[in-house]
Write a protein that binds this ligand. Structure first.
Ligand SMILES: *Cc1c(COP(=O)(O)O)cnc(C)c1O
Length: 354
């Protein structure tokens, strides 16, 4: 608290990210980073830019990256918006589309940045309860709203909404913007991207932080109808007209160009997820179905908060949310084969002691 803060600043409750400890040898399975590094071609592309040209401002609209993304998804550049991580893209989305008279809708158990953006921009919201099995029923969203947003697959549950249900929602909700936050879509989901040309109120948001192993570079983008993208550009150009630096653009472009590497690491994570789920079930964990690079689990006997503390003491970080309905769950990122084996070994030890 400071006397220089406005009442508004004093009232904010900022987002709490998962821990990024500056300690070596911790196995980080708490923030859904990729266990594999970015493509070597990404590193080469960035190294090639470490020269005096960094004195120059980057292209204001990141046109090179926009056209790379557009080409990758067979869209037009005018259907692509880019920003510093999808968190920044989402901030512009909330600011640009969700300041409406009706409350916006999102799931009660979901990405915890959404209510933070609402508070920042003074947006009224209603949290729609997930079903008892933590599935997201889009039929519950057929009510007056100023916008709808949900992650697909959802976080922290990992559950996926099928495309036909998204289509049904769009058919019956044409007056407000529907945002599908697809941070984890590359680990086994079907993207809503194919619906963009049919629905001018659909916005799909992606990040390079998860499947593309570039969380440290902060790159995200949104895909949607030209008019929606123009709306986002108006916000962006009223806030920060040069959002992506030279290195970000080069890294992102190289990542999209190395299709084989991307497919390979996604495949490895998905395969490791299957093995991890099987082993966790063998240790009496209840595991929700996951289409993401993490699993959401609850033990039949053991308290989740206790377990996360014990794991941390032994060198593994997982995410525990002190929140109604999910206080006895842990979200565990799928690591490399070695990391998962280490986790499972520790769990066996810990459970045997309890
Ligand atoms: C990780 C994540 C993001 C943020 O990604 P960045 O691009 O790193 O900002 C957005 N939405 C969801 C659901 C996420 O899990």
């Amino acid at each position: 608290m400071s006397r220089y803060w406005s009442d508004f600043v004093a009232s904010l409750q900022p987002y709490t990210p998962g821990e990024q400890p500056q300690i070596d040898n911790l196995v980080k399975l708490n923030t859904n980073e990729n266990p594999y590094g970015p493509s070597p071609r990404v590193l080469e592309a960035m190294q090639a830019l470490l020269n005096e040209d960094l004195r120059l401002y980057p292209a204001p609209n990141s046109d090179r990256l926009k056209s790379t993304i557009a080409k990758h998804f067979k869209l037009d550049s005018c259907q692509v918006f880019v920003g510093n991580g999808s968190d920044e893209v989402l901030a512009h989305v909330f600011n640009g589309f969700f300041r409406q008279s009706e409350p916006i809708l999102f799931p009660d158990i979901s990405y915890s940045f959404y209510p933070v953006f609402c508070q920042l921009y003074g947006i009224d919201y209603r949290q729609v309860a997930l079903a008892d099995d933590f599935s997201l029923r889009l039929t519950d969203y057929l009510q007056p709203n100023g916008g709808i947003i949900f992650p697909n697959p959802n976080s922290p549950t990992g559950r996926l909404v099928p495309l036909d249900e998204i289509r049904l929602l769009l058919d019956q909700n044409s007056d407000s913007v529907v945002v599908v936050d697809e941070a984890y879509i590359d680990f086994g989901g079907v993207s809503a991207l194919s619906l963009i040309d049919d629905y001018d109120n659909l916005l799909v948001v992606h990040t390079l932080s998860k499947a593309r192993s570039l969380a440290g570079m902060r790159i995200g983008y949104a895909l949607g109808a030209k008019a929606l993208i123009e709306g986002l550009d108006r916000i962006k150009n009223s806030f920060n007209s040069y959002p992506l630096g030279h290195l970000q653009v080069a890294a992102a472009v190289a990542s999209f160009e190395d299709v084989d590497y991307f497919n390979d690491i996604c495949h490895r994570v998905v395969k490791a997820r299957g093995a991890l789920i099987e082993s966790l079930e063998g240790l009496d964990f209840m595991v929700l179905p996951s289409a993401a690079n993490f699993v959401f689990v609850s033990h039949t006997q053991c308290d989740a908060a206790q377990l996360s503390i014990q794991l941390r003491e032994r060198g593994v970080l997982v995410r525990h949310f002190q929140q109604p309905r999910i206080a006895n769950f842990l979200r565990i990122t799928v690591g490399s084969v070695q990391q998962n084996a280490f986790l499972l070994g520790l769990l066996k030890e810990t459970l045997a002691e309890l």
